[in-house]
Design a binder for this molecule. Sequence first.
Ligand code: GDP
Length: 537
Amino acid sequence: MTSPTTPAEAVRTSTIAEQALRRRTFAVISHPDAGKSTLTEALALYASAITDAGVTHGKSSRHGTVSDWMGMERERGISISSAALQLEYRGTVLNLVDTPGHADFSEDTYRVLAAVDCAVMLIDAAKGFEPQTVKLLEVCKQRGLPIVTVINKWDRPGLDALELIDQIGERTEMVPVPLTWPVGTAGHFEGLLDVRADVSLALESVGGGALPAIETVVEQADLRPDSSAVWDAAHEELGLVRSSNGEFDAAEFTAARQTPVLFAAAARNFGVRQLVDMLVEVGPPPSPRVAANGVRRPVEADFSGFVFKVQAGQNTAHRDHIAYLRICSGVFERGMVITNARTGRPFATKYAHRVLGREREALEQAWPGDVVGLVNATSLRVGDSLYQEEAVTFPEIPHFSPELFVAVRAKDPGRYKQFRRGIEQLDHEGVIQVLRSELRGDQSPVLAAVGQLQFEVAEQRMRTEFNAPVSLESLSYTLARRVTTTAPASTLPETFRGGEILRRSDGEHIAVFGDRWKLGHFTEANPQVSLEVIGAG
Ligand code: GDP
């Protein structure tokens, strides 16, 4: 970007820089039931919601904003959307981008992580690391995202605090540095030692968690001898960890070499204020995004962003199609005409919305770090880069390694044309990955996904939107590898015991296997075929 030449330009760039600096865009990663919804609601208790129309909760909750976009969502009471909740706290805007969990786990869950600047990893104190957290953690690590670790449910019996710190160090390969330390073992949560503020706080829940917790500063000298032992123990444990792991260092955190650790009981709002304070004070604001050509685009440059999720079919009557855009630079103004880097075509942003949900709120202006929903964006695909003046293409969002596979075919062979169009559209949108082979033919390609929900969405949209009902036949494959052999595709075996080789729509060849053993047999029998793990971002 050229340096500002006029006073007006100087004002413009400094306003953008200021707005970017006061934004924190993050996601919460966790295993189902660790308390993500509860924590989200607790955060909203401290920070005021600018709007919460886009966050959907599957269970009864303090907010209980249940989306009713799709009939399926209504029936199952789950959220399929990855919308953003925008909160304001101490003059800082917090963009909490929703990562769907549970049965609605899908590639979108991973893609959201391309749109955030940091992740809050929520761990259940009784369970430690659980499979879904580990998967999401891997994606964060590949992206080099800074991670804040929150140990939740400390008001319930659980693991030992020091043991959890060791686990975090081992599993994340980052140095865990406590910013708070619990007073009392799990199940006896009396207070917190706040490292950054250098105070000891006694905590008291108010209204069963309906209000922020009461925090009282505790002076060691004032404690009765019978209760002072537990505070002493907390100081001692914290001292041990600090002397072995060192102190919090913002640069180490941003470089994802340190993970700050906080203890909490989200249901009681214990430890939540410390989390939101640390996000505001030391959380990473949007930074210059590296484009595909390796050039960093400053946040003050003219408008640019990329699509990290496309959603369609919420409203069958209106053929709704919404693209979620993460802003990387500049100011977004509704009505502005932007260019799609992939097609070179202009896109008019007449229908821009702040957050999506039952109620859509027209959005007039947005800044780096914000998430914008563009309605009727049928020409936009996941990964598309958009810009105002200076062209930019951001790196593609990588494909993720599918774990579930089905063969799909049209129930009514007479509707083959609709079937083909629908499958192509869903592939373009990134709803599912479509894999083909000569052997299977175009009549019955393979759909691949990371979550079962992706198939359900595909099945529903094929029926309602493309008028081509499909049947899905489960395949017994569980893992995929990218074929990196340079030999001509014709020399690759199409099928083999326990697997086959298929072609993805971007031309890559993907080998799928029943299990690790089948993969092992294949590599032994076919040393000329080299394979690579999919998804390294
Ligand atoms: P999610 O699936 O990660 O969104 O988890 P939820 O927020 O729905 O929480 C799962 C269950 O754990 C619910 O019954 C919550 O009430 C409970 N829960 C969440 N946080 C806490 C906590 O800090 N302490 C206790 N005791 N229960 C909690």
